[in-house]
Design a protein around this ligand. Structure first.
Ligand code: PRX
Length: 672
């Protein structure tokens, strides 16, 4: 990307999305693990749901909506699809998400059940019963209302993984305010652009958190984000978490303890329209500007609750569920803040990193709380593999009975390790816990493709089958369904309850991004294959979106950040295969004529610049200063060739380059 070209439209063919030889191996995977008889006999969802959903999809979802949720007003129609791609689910119904997650469980006599076991990084712990959590959410709802937040207003949330994050989300939902969580790893600039896009009235943050035993600040980023006038924020509520001193803006800033802490515990939840906006969550797309993905209430809660129950075989009376995702990402929304509480489950929430203060921290937590369902990302599993199986072996993991994976393709080797070392308690269990690999996206709101652990014979590395009531397919360039044994693009053919309702403030972009590639189908942006059994294998993105440690990053967004540095003339970013993080960000930059190349110092400066513009998570692993970039005659950067270089492969076909010697020049400059 050059300084004046901020848009990019490169779309690789699905074959590009694969992993070469690894793909061949994938499709010859013939290990299968059928559920044990005992597991199948006790499973909460059986094969019958597939047949039932296939008969009448909307009716199936309507049944789930009524069974799993309590509506203040029943709905008249399951689905209104008269104006595609704008869906309405459970039309005419009214529902309160917080009432469903909290009050009704207390009313049903489950007030004493633990909702959240919180484990802070420094080792402090707190447990909230459903009754206690309900009280906290009522207090927060009153406090936010007293600060002038009303139904429909937007609230930006910039918090670490602490219970106040869940309390804030549910308090917003309770009063009908729309939360917009910004992951704590994003910079002040990124926070500001999201605050502006959503026109947030309130920001909820903390002084900071802990990272590897040390305090790590958050409030300064909020101060920096709001330093420049012209924003819509009236108040900032600050949770005291790490006790570090913070700057204070009188009148604007309020301590959580002094506002929420002193608020009344009386608050009546009223029903909101089923299609009332619940939240916005920004995610990277193929162009520079992140998209505010909009989710609404009734459908989102229904599919979240159903999938949480069916895919994890949830027995809420006895299970202890732990989803390790941060609430800054969609997984932390759907499977921390909402579905587990809607389903009345007990869950674990952990603030810190897996290696603090030692590499066995997660397994210590599993042992301590007797976690029975663990949901995490392949990147974490690969990190644990690297640390070695002796570490989990020191702990009793016998409580685990279901394992989940999400965020990126899980390679069969990591899958097998997860099964044997974690699910098999280091070989001490006769029947290891089943693994459910779950494919979904910020946009889909809830899981879409996954085995059912009591039904499906699982296969290492494949997410396998669309869930009951979900119409996923793999199609070719023309949108035709591909036969088994072939690859193409992943699409969804029919509307689903938790589908995004749009991009905040940009209906055209919603149509263009997801609904224009194929006629009447949702295009997910992923490449996929069907194997000989018809099982689906996800092969990664086919657009300019990278997946680093299960986090979505846009090549274009990072290129924009790089070219905004005064020394950079042009930049191209690729996601290169990485053993641990799945992909790693590798940037190729051309410096401006008058900019000095100070080697490592320049590289460090550019990495930090990206950190400041977007956030530490987007910092390139490698920055390579090159004399030229490979471009086609029409000026498109050929990232495929750069990827070859970044992955240390022989460079592929370069004949369409405007200057075929460029790859040699690049190779030469890198040798130096
Ligand atoms: O490429 C797919 C990958 O993550 C993308 C969605 O990212 P995000 O919106 O951040 O949500 C991540 C958590 C739901 C998808 O387009 N992805 C997600 N789950 C899987 C996956 N790729 C392969 N297998 C999965 N199980």
């Amino acid at each position: 990307m050059s300084q004046d070209a901020k848009e990019s439209t490169v779309t690789a063919a699905p074959a590009d999305a694969g992993t070469g030889d690894a793909l061949e191996n994938l499709l010859h995977e013939n290990r299968k693990f059928a559920p044990s008889e005992e597991f199948a006999a006790n499973a909460v969802v059986g094969a019958g749901d597939y047949a039932e959903a296939a008969q009448d999809r909307p009716a199936f979802w309507a049944k789930q909506a009524r069974e799993l949720l309590t509506w203040s007003k029943d709905f008249d129609q399951a689905l209104d699809w008269s104006n595609p791609p704008f869906a309405k689910w459970f039309v005419g119904g009214e529902i309160n998400a917080a009432y469903n997650a909290l009050d009704r469980h207390v009313e049903n006599g489950l007030g004493d059940r633990v909702a959240i076991h919180f484990e802070g990084e420094p080792g402090d712990t707190r447990s909230y019963s459903y009754a206690e959590l309900t009280e906290e959410v009522k207090k927060a709802a009153n406090a936010f209302e007293s600060l002038g937040v009303a139904k429909g207003d937007r609230v930006a949330v910039y918090l670490p993984m602490i219970p106040e994050a869940v309390i804030t989300l549910l308090a917003c939902a309770r009063i009908g305010a729309v939360h917009s969580v910004v992951f704590g790893g994003f910079s002040a600039d990124a926070l500001r652009s999201r605050i502006d896009d959503a026109e947030a009235k309130l920001v909820v943050t903390a002084d900071g958190t802990f990272r590897r035993g040390k305090p790590s600040a958050l409030k300064p980023a909020v101060d920096e984000a709001l330093a420049k006038e012209g924003h819509t924020v009236e108040n900032v509520v600050v949770v005291k978490r790490n006790g570090e001193s913070v700057n204070w803006v009188e009148g604007r800033d309020k301590w959580w303890d002094e506002t929420v802490g002193t608020a009344s515990t009386e608050h009546t939840a009223v029903g909101h329209d089923s299609e009332h906006p619940l939240f916005i969550l920004y995610t990277s797309g193929t162009t520079g500007k992140p998209k505010g993905i909009l989710h609404t209430t009734g459908g989102y809660l229904t599919q979240g609750a159903y999938t949480h129950k069916a895919v994890f075989d949830l027995h809420p009376e006895t299970d202890v569920f732990w989803c390790t995702a941060d609430v800054g990402w969609v997984t932390g929304h759907s499977y921390v803040a909402y579905a587990p509480l809607i389903n009345g489950a007990t869950q674990v929430m952990y603030e810190g990193t897996p290696d603090s203060p030692h590499q066995g921290r997660w397994w210590e937590i599993v042992e301590k709380y007797k976690v029975s369902i663990l949901y995490t990302a392949p990147t974490a599993i690969r990190t644990f593999m690297k640390w070695g199986k002796d570490i989990p072996a020191k702990y009793d993991l016998s409580s685990i009975r279901v394992l989940g994976s999400v965020g990126e393709p899980i390679n069969p080797e990591a899958w097998m390790w997860y099964r044997e070392v974690i699910g098999g308690n280091g070989g001490k269990k006769d029947t290891p816990a089943p693994i459910v690999d779950t494919w979904w996206q910020t946009e889909t709101g809830a899981q879409m493709i996954a085995p059912l652990p009591g039904v499906t014979a699982t296969k290492p590395g494949s997410a396998q089958v669309p869930l009951p009531g979900i119409a996923v397919d793999v199609v070719d360039e023309l949108g035709e369904s591909v036969p088994d044994g072939h690859g193409g693009y992943l699409v969804v053919r029919e509307p689903w309850p938790s589908m995004l309702r749009g991009i905040w403030g940009d209906p055209e972009r919603f149509k263009d991004t997801y609904w224009s590639r194929f006629e009447a189908m949702y295009f997910a942006g992923d490449g996929a294959k069907k194997d000989e059994d018809g099982d689906i294998w996800l092969l990664g993105r086919v657009d300019d979106v990278m997946n680093v440690s299960g986090h979505r990053l846009s090549t274009t967004e990072i290129e924009s950040a790089l070219v905004s540095h005064p020394s950079v003339a042009e930049a191209a970013v690729v996601g290169a295969a990485d053993e641990t993080t799945g992909q790693a960000v590798v940037a190729f930059v051309i410096l401006r004529g008058d900019a000095a190349n100070n080697g490592d110092e320049t590289v460090q400066e550019l990495r930090n610049h990206v950190g400041k513009e977007i956030g530490p998570i987007a910092k390139p692993k490698h920055v390579l200063v090159v004399p030229e970039l490979p471009k086609t005659r029409s000026g498109k950067i050929m990232r495929r060739l750069l990827k070859d270089v970044a992955e240390g492969r022989e460079v592929g076909d370069a004949t369409t380059l405007s200057d075929p010697t460029i790859m040699q020049q690049i190779a030469e400059s890198l040798r130096k």
